[in-house]
Ligand binder design. Sequence first.
Ligand SMILES: [Zn+2]
Length: 440
Amino acid sequence: VQRVNRGILEILQADLTCLDGRFVADVRIAVNANGRIAAVGMDAGAPQPVTRRLTGRALLPGFVNVHSHAFQRALRGCGEFYPAGMGDFWSWREAMYAFVQRIKAHEFKRICRQAFEEMLACGTTTVGEFHYLHHDDAAAFDYAFDPLVLEAADEAGIRLVLLCCYYRTGGVGDPLQTGQLRFDGRSVDTFLKHVDGLAAQLDRSRQTIGLAPHSIRAVPTADLKLLHQAALDRGWVVHMHVEEQAREIRECRKALGTSPLQWLLDNLDLGPHFTAVHMTQSDETPADRYVRRGANVCSCPITEGNLGDGIGPIGELLSRRPDSVCVGSDSNIRLDMAEELRWLEFAQRLRRQKRGVCVGSEMSVGRQLLRCGTVNGARALGIDTGRIEAGRPADFCTLDLAHPALTGCTAETLLDGFLLGAGGDAVREVCVGGRWKSVR
Ligand SMILES: [Zn+2]
């Protein structure tokens, strides 16, 4: 007798399951002992009985937060007093640098864990941690904070893509300033030796790694080319802050004679492995050329709103390629994936005075936003999570169908109802690689 169910850990069934943006009743999901989905369907895993009946719940793929600086969670509520008209990204950055100079290792790990737990609590099961605060002692050049990020993620139980950041200059061609010394990458060789060592320490079931040259202001172009090639050689993703601020573009034009995005288009072999974070100040034409290469854009609408960064050409990029845009929580001033996603659409509505900008070919806001918050993010991070489908990791979140904010929602309206009108507090459980955690 063929034992088709060998290795099956459990069989799930929620009231409603989100398959490709549609809620379907009575779907069974068989999960393997290796933390991956074995089968999805009305009789998945049969004849075995359902072992985890999620009554009163809707099951969704876990969300993917592509861009976080976890330690900045500690700055929530800070830097919000302004001399009239003086507050901007750069004044916020000064507040962040002051904090960076005094943070201790034990505080750093505690704050990271807090941020990761809050992410899980709003249904986020994967984080791309763009990690640049490396050294406990800048003079010792110790990279003491790097293993702490891995430990914090492991203890919280979140899937982690460590985007190890290289930071070399304080502005295009300028030396590092005092507040930046703990970020120093020193040289590409030294940095890569460190990252290769770190890659060997990962918990491979839930952790992977990528390279993050910080930005055109913080990385010399020669180093940028070397890092990009090193990532390609290793099969790693590359993430970089691109055109968040008009000043960055002005400085780049002055030093390199072109905009950051145009420099990338002219000098790197861009593709699906590359993600530009923000692009809030990017012109439509180079932005369109960029996504035609298959590369990704990570928008961080809540942080961009908080910092006054501007509104990128997201609607245009999504109409070119519905898989081009993903989202991140960046400064972690607010951690709520539904809210992050709704602001992706709302900022476009405010800009154009039109509704339904991020809709994709199905003309559905909810389905397009869900894609941005799940599979598009997984693509940008080079992992295969983000969809409830056989073979993919068992990464889920559940919604409490009895939550007051979801009252009146039907299977047809639940996705938009949750993403536009509810939030993280409707999430009850998350599952990362087959491991469940109750978050409320
Ligand atoms: Zn960032």
